[in-house]
Design a protein around this ligand. Structure first.
Ligand code: HEM
Length: 405
């Protein structure tokens, strides 16, 4: 029964998050980007600032509008609600860390309640149920009122289809949870890392210049066209794509990927692994394998570029990163994450210069920069960047688009 439910959920998520399905939501992402950039433009005074909360709100708003057709007012009436979701989901990820929760691997320890952190975990669960119900109620209200965004949202369609007995209430609830929680930490952290790279003295500026030169070349210097091109399914700005791939590889936000359990006994290198053995994939090691990547500890977007064809080398199986996992259980949201990051970066570079902060420059070594070595994902130290409006010829037109004039 559990297996059937998993397969149904997996099928639904794969269908709703594949490349083609994501295309339907691009106008929503565009809208969410405008909201994020409007706020960032107000704050871009050239002083030190942290942008992580903007990135978290952007990703949260995208997933909630895509999943439920609801537009959260993260800087107004929904601010406390949005913060509650972001902090609580981060707490839940921390609770699930296999390194922090030895009782998950050593059953005897479960008898010692002091080690199980159970009241905190219960509290997180209660908070989660509360905001998931609020979202669901807002969705059903929207459906009753025939609101298009709610009717066309992923969960909205599932609720309507449920009448045909495709999914149970629990299965829909579980899909909602996955949609909200799965990318909420990983996508903003990767974006924040790349912004930290842009803020590095000299080299950061060079990456921005290389990317911007390509973006303008591909649009014949037309800023509005460059802005619109970032909506296209083909990532024409291959240098930007290479920067993103190198960020995913170099940073490897989930260094041990997600733990998996064998469902049956398997033989690996002449060793038998019984059923129910927990396995970890060392994604960080694979991403820094010297046999695959020249100077693996160097941040080098150029490694992904085939200069002869001006394409990404990634197509070859020998050249790939493992930050989204691998195989049949690979991240189901990778198309969504890539599109969000790509659109964000192209448009950010058109609007802003990213400069070196006077304090809290990001340390590019994810281990040295990690403030919680026991967590599942890297938890980087806070860092600052400086943002200044980039006044390219004709930039006023982009400001009009962002402010909705
Ligand atoms: C940069 C952002 C992201 C990273 C680095 C990331 C990484 C991962 C990793 C490493 C796994 C485990 C893969 C394995 O075991 O082989 C995973 C699984 C998964 N991810 Fe992501 N993820 C990201 C964003 C997202 C987003 C935005 C969503 C959807 C909203 C999502 C949905 C999922 C789902 C549903 C699974 C489970 C797949 C399965 O068990 O079959 N992810 N992700």
């Amino acid at each position: 029964m559990a297996c059937l439910t998993f397969k149904k959920k997996k099928k639904v998520l794969s269908e709703r998050l594949n490349k083609r399905s994501i295309e339907h939501h691009i106008p929503l992402f565009s809208n969410e980007l405008n909201v994020a950039f409007r706020k960032m433009m107000e704050e871009a005074t050239g002083e030190d600032m942290s942008v992580l909360h903007h990135l978290q709100y952007f990703v949260l708003r995208c997933v909630i509008s895509m999943a439920y057709g609801i537009h959260l007012d993260c800087f107004g009436s929904d601010m406390t609600f949005a913060r509650e979701i972001i902090t609580n989901e981060a707490d839940i990820i921390r609770l699930r860390s296999p390194v922090s929760n030895l009782q998950d691997s050593v059953p005897l320890l479960r008898l010692l309640p002091i080690l199980t952190n159970s009241s905190f975990a219960r509290n997180c669960g209660v908070k989660r149920e509360k905001y998931m119900s609020v979202l669901y109620d807002r969705l059903t209200k929207g459906i009753m009122q025939d609101e298009d965004d709610c009717l066309n949202s992923i969960v909205g369609k599932l609720v309507i289809e449920k009448c045909h007995n495709l999914l149970t209430d629990q299965e829909i609830h579980s899909i909602c949870l996955t949609l909200i929680s799965a990318g909420l930490d990983n996508t903003p952290l990767n974006l924040n890392y790349l912004l930290g790279v842009f803020s590095q003295p000299q080299v950061g500026l060079q990456y921005q210049m290389n990317a911007l030169e390509e973006i303008l070349k591909n649009s014949n210097g037309n800023l509005v066209l460059a802005w619109e091109q970032s909506n296209q399914p083909e990532m024409v700005n291959v240098y930007v794509y290479a920067l993103i791939l190198e960020t995913l590889r170099h940073f490897t936000v989930l260094p041990l990927s997600l733990p998996r359990m064998t469902t049956k006994s398997i033989i690996c290198n002449n060793i038998e692994l019984p059923a129910n053995t927990q396995l970890f994939m060392n994604a960080y090691a694979a991403n820094h394998d010297i046999d695959r990547f020249d100077q693996p500890f160097k941040f080098c977007p150029e490694r992904w570029l085939d200069r002869n064809t001006n394409t990404i080398k990634q197509a070859s199986r020998t050249y790939q990163h493992f930050s989204f996992g691998a195989g049949s259980r690979m991240c189901a949201g990778h198309n969504l994450a890539l599109r969000e990051i790509y659109m964000f970066i192209v448009r950010l570079l058109l609007l802003f210069e990213i400069n070196t902060p006077s304090t809290l420059l990001m340390n590019m070594d994810p281990f040295k920069n990690n403030r919680n070595p026991r967590a599942t994902s890297f938890e980087p130290q806070p860092h600052y960047i400086q943002l200044k409006l980039r006044k390219l010829p004709g930039y006023e037109r982009l400001h009009d688009i962002v402010t909705g004039i």
